[in-house]
Design a protein around this ligand. Structure first.
Ligand SMILES: [Zn+2]
Length: 83
């Protein structure tokens, strides 16, 4: 499937976010508003974003293995699509 994170993206997993105002860890599925494009589909519509850890297949030493690709802010559609 097409995405802007990685050609061999496998899945996205929502991360718990730390709330500085309460000093507590928030719910993983607690979105935040952003006017920046979704880092997965590139949607330019402002809206909810979820902080996710992305996993993808990376070729190392001739073998493809699952690696953490990093953290990305994605829209709700992408989170559902890449679960
Ligand atoms: Zn998206």
């Amino acid at each position: 499937m097409k995405n802007q994170i990685h050609p061999e993206l496998v899945s996205l997993h929502a991360l718990r976010s730390f709330d500085n105002s309460t000093g507590e860890w928030g719910d993983a599925l607690d979105p935040h508003f952003s006017k920046f494009p979704c880092e997965c589909c590139g949607s330019h519509l402002g809206g909810d974003r979820f902080d996710c850890e992305a996993l993808g297949l990376v070729k190392r030493g001739g073998r493809q293995t699952l690696h953490k690709l990093g953290e990305f802010a994605v829209c709700p559609d992408c989170l559902v699509k890449w679960q």
